[in-house]
Design a binder for this molecule. Structure first.
Ligand code: ZN
Length: 422
């Protein structure tokens, strides 16, 4: 629905008394709720432009072994904080106000989620954080990663932060670790956040080792329950989709990442109402992700591909609402948290309720974001981040990057192999 109105914000929420309020002129602009990225990897922010491996990765496992696992091994706590702040500031400039992050840094585990949290707090965003538990470096580090999730959950103090239990993917998690992490997650009341069936290798591994498909293995271990979040689901079959829809779990569709990793097109139209949108670390731009979701759904013959893509964006906000126990998050309803985006959009055609979908799919981009407010506080105003000096941050990131990339090249030579020996 599009309407011309004044919007009052007080005490961090929409609504309240307008008298005495500071006025912000938004005439001619569109105001939409803040967006949520349902699956991100902020630790990848300093990977942009890095030198590739000597040989082009031949498949998804080689992409992990030669790019992302060496990067996560090379990160220091300082890199993690910078990377998170950089990724979060860029996301804020795109109108993203909540980030559901999936972190890994296997040479700096303890305290790493505090470093991510500090970066996000500086950027002024909401976030749900976790560390991806994996046995790819052996059981001791898997235990340390699990502990980091629990430690962060106990120690986080900001109302803008939530904790989840992170897990990498079925093919790098042993039965013992899977059982511990689901047990600990349930005891602590933490939803699980795990990659599932991103590449066919996850299915091959699960069938070879457990005689069942990935989603069934995860279910058998107590994962993919109500409120859990799986990412990708590219190779889920019809039976898996029925299981997923009945589970009450959320599923993050990451269309641009799936294209980039050439893992296939996810059957996201079968994920159900809880299918949301993630960027998988590419950036924090949900306008771009929604458009890719639409275009790929269109090419795949999904009926009403536009409505499908926009519903995924809305579901991402519902995920944020569920994580923060704020059902009205992602709406402009009176009483909803004031997470807002002001879009400066001089449309050549009328913008009204009947045409809004067309503008979202074909006109609006993150370049139209003028102001961003989170819980009633401007974090971006007139296209300038209000809490972080972006030039200074970029300069600090550029100074940290060469040594990070050097350590990454060393780690690449001694990369881990998954426990299944794939
Ligand atoms: Zn991911």
């Amino acid at each position: 629905m599009v309407e011309e109105t004044d919007l009052v914000v007080s005490d961090g929420r929409i609504g309240g008394e307008a008298s005495g309020a500071v006025r912000v002129d938004c005439s001619g602009c569109l105001i939409i709720p803040g967006l949520c990225c349902a699956h991100h990897h902020l630790y990848s922010a300093l990977a942009r432009g890095m030198p590739g491996p000597a040989r082009v990765p031949r498949d998804f496992l080689e992409i992990l072994q030669q790019v992302w696992w060496p990067l996560d091994q090379a990160l220091t706590l300082e890199d993690i904080g910078l990377s998170a702040m950089c990724g979060a500031v860029e996301a804020a400039r795109c109108g993203t106000t909540t980030i559901v992050d999936h972190h890994a840094s296997y040479s700096a585990i303890e305290g790493s989620l505090d470093a991510v949290a500090a970066g996000l707090e500086r950027a002024g965003l909401r976030a749900a954080l976790c560390f991806e538990v994996s046995d790819r470096h052996g059981p001791a580090t898997a235990t340390a990663a699990l502990e980091e999730n629990l430690r962060f959950n106990r120690s986080k103090s900001s109302p803008m932060l939530r904790a989840m239990m992170g897990a990498h993917a079925s093919f790098t998690i042993s039965p013992e670790t899977m059982s511990s992490l689901t047990g600990e997650a349930r005891d602590a009341g933490l939803p699980l956040h795990i990659h599932a069936s991103e590449d066919e290798l996850d299915e091959r591994d699960s069938i070879a080792r457990y005689k069942m498909r990935t989603l069934q293995r995860l279910r058998a271990e107590g994962a993919v329950e109500e409120g859990d979040l799986i990412a990708h689901g590219v190779h889920l079959d019809e039976t898996d989709l029925v299981t997923l829809r009945a589970s009450g779990a959320w599923a993050a569709h990451n269309p641009r990442s799936n294209l980039n990793n050439a893992v296939g097109y996810a059957p996201a139209a079968g994920f159900g109402e809880r299918a949301c949108l993630g960027t998988d670390g590419i950036d924090g731009d949900l306008f771009a992700e929604t458009r890719s979701c639409y275009l790929q759904a269109r090419a795949a013959g999904v009926p009403d591909a536009g409505g499908f893509a926009l519903a995924r964006l809305e579901a991402s906000s519902s995920l944020a609402g569920a994580l923060f126990s704020e059902p009205a998050l992602g709406t402009l309803a009176p009483g909803a948290p004031a997470d807002l985006v002001v879009l400066e959009y001089h449309s050549p055609t009328p913008v009204d309720s009947s045409s809004l979908a067309g503008h979202l799919l074909f006109g609006l981009t993150s370049a139209h974001v003028r102001d961003v407010m989170v819980q009633g506080r401007f974090v971006v105003k007139d296209r300038v981040h209000q809490l972080v000096d972006e030039q200074e941050l970029a300069s600090r990131c550029r100074a940290a990057t060469p040594s990070l990339w050097e350590r990454m090249a060393v780690a690449r030579g001694a990369g881990p192999t998954p426990p299944g020996g794939l």
